[in-house]
Design a protein around this ligand. Structure first.
Ligand SMILES: [Zn+2]
Length: 205
């Protein structure tokens, strides 16, 4: 029978050989360490677990807790980082939403979703540029409506910082119209909720 240190023996490649078993243990250990490292740095997890702060380029960055739910539809927000939007209140609290439609529903009627917040309590509204994924103030964005890109709640208003980029997106994804934040109405939200594949904006101002 060979000794553990005897590399020249013929049973070195035997899976029961002590050296071979040690290598396997080492491999499993490295695999577990790499897995933990990946879950910490992966951007989707990063969005979920860190707190809000400015990025090195000065853009707002938003993190949500995995337990945060949209106050309008009740869905968890963290699984949809691409559609994340937020209303920040003057008292430092916030609501996160899983899309612009839910954010607008809240904005139009905060009292419907809880007695403690009024529209006058709002400090900032941050929306996420669909292509760059940067968060910008709601009134600096344009919103594409009627495209074939769906959010977690179906047809959406999709924010873009640049009008030119929004128009390119419209061409690529059959968007119907661009809206400014203050042009959006509850009637438009109802229409988007009711629409199946196509959105018919006839009659919407
Ligand atoms: Zn929602």
């Amino acid at each position: 029978m060979c000794r553990e240190s005897d590399k020249d023996c013929n049973c070195y490649y035997d899976s029961n050989h002590p050296d071979s078993m040690r290598q396997r243990r080492q491999f499993i250990k490295s695999f577990v360490i790499c897995g933990v490292g990946f879950s910490v740095i992966h951007p989707v997890f990063a969005v979920s677990f860190r707190q809000k702060k400015k990025t090195s380029k000065g853009h707002d960055e938003i993190r949500v807790s995995p337990k945060e739910r949209c106050p309008v539809c009740g869905m968890f927000v963290s699984p949809y980082p691409k559609w994340l939007t937020r209303i920040q209140f003057k008292d430092g609290s916030h609501h996160s939403f899983d899309g612009m439609k839910c954010l607008f529903r809240f904005y139009f009627s905060p009292a419907t979703f809880g007695p403690d917040k009024l529209r006058s309590d709002i400090d900032r509204i941050l929306v996420r540029d669909y292509y760059t994924l940067k968060f910008i103030d709601h009134d600096k964005a344009v919103y594409v409506v009627g495209s074939n890109v769906y959010g977690p709640m179906g047809h959406e208003l999709i924010p873009f910082t640049e009008k030119k980029t929004a128009r390119t997106f419209m061409k690529d994804h059959f968007g119907k119209r661009l809206f400014r934040f203050d042009e959006v109405t509850a009637e438009l939200l109802d229409l988007l909720d009711k629409s199946k594949r196509q959105v018919n904006l006839k009659g919407i101002p």
